[in-house]
Design a protein around this ligand. Structure first.
Ligand SMILES: N[C@@H](CCC(=O)N[C@@H](CS)C(=O)NCC(=O)O)C(=O)O
Length: 194
């Protein structure tokens, strides 16, 4: 059986849970706190020397880290990965962008405000500016299609909804981004999450 090491406060970890539930995979979830040092034990570092969750241990005992790599592996062969090579590359384009240009700002602001108690007004301006720019890019991208890649849910939507849906917890106002809000609702409905 699949084992998922994750912290329930982490969007990166919840991505893996949502996809496993969506695909009907059997798994056990091992709650692994990022605030309690559980990602720094020798046992954990043997699975992922980067000391980060999520990590999965596949049914054949092989470990795998990096949320979006895990999504790709678990969803292999499913409709969540477009069969057309260009569309698949477009999905990956969004997933790489998520990790470099969205998550480091939107997720970090949310972590600092919600879990470290930093006042929104004291967030580093660069984080706020880049997070807002990422959210505005999503708003523009959703002008022509209901999902990020074409007409149906793909891993790009799962990767990007994880922290976009809780961006408000980091002080980002989604009110002026109606397409983003509607898309969050569509993705949550498709994944059966709230
Ligand atoms: N790029 C990684 C990021 C993983 C990550 O930043 N995990 C955080 C929780 S969201 C973590 O484990 N932090 C603990 C640490 O870095 O010490 C992924 O997508 O899986």
């Amino acid at each position: 059986m699949l084992t998922i090491y994750g912290d329930s406060i982490s969007g990166n970890c919840l991505k893996v849970k949502w996809i496993s539930d969506h695909l009907g995979l059997a798994y056990r979830w091992i709650e692994t706190g990022v605030l309690t040092g559980e990602t720094r034990t020798p046992e954990f570092l043997a699975m992922n020397p980067a000391g980060q969750v999520p990590v999965v241990v596949l049914p054949n005992e092989r470990p795998l880290a990096q949320s979006n790599a895990i999504l790709l592996h678990l969803a292999e062969g499913s409709p969540l990965i477009p069969s057309d090579a260009y569309q698949r590359a477009r999905m990956l384009e969004w997933m790489f962008w998520e990790q470099y240009s969205h998550e480091p700002y939107v997720a970090v602001a949310r972590f600092q405000v919600r879990y470290l108690g930093t006042p929104v007004a004291e967030l580093e301006p660069r984080i706020v500016e880049r997070g807002l720019a990422a959210l505005q890019r999503l708003e523009a991208a959703l002008a022509d299609s209901p999902f990020l890649v074409g007409e149906s849910l793909s891993l790009a939507d799962v990767a990007l909804v994880a922290y976009t849906r809780v961006a408000g917890e980091g002080g980002f106002d989604l009110a002026p981004l109606p397409r983003v809000r509607a898309w969050i609702g569509r993705v949550e409905a498709a994944l059966n999450i709230q």
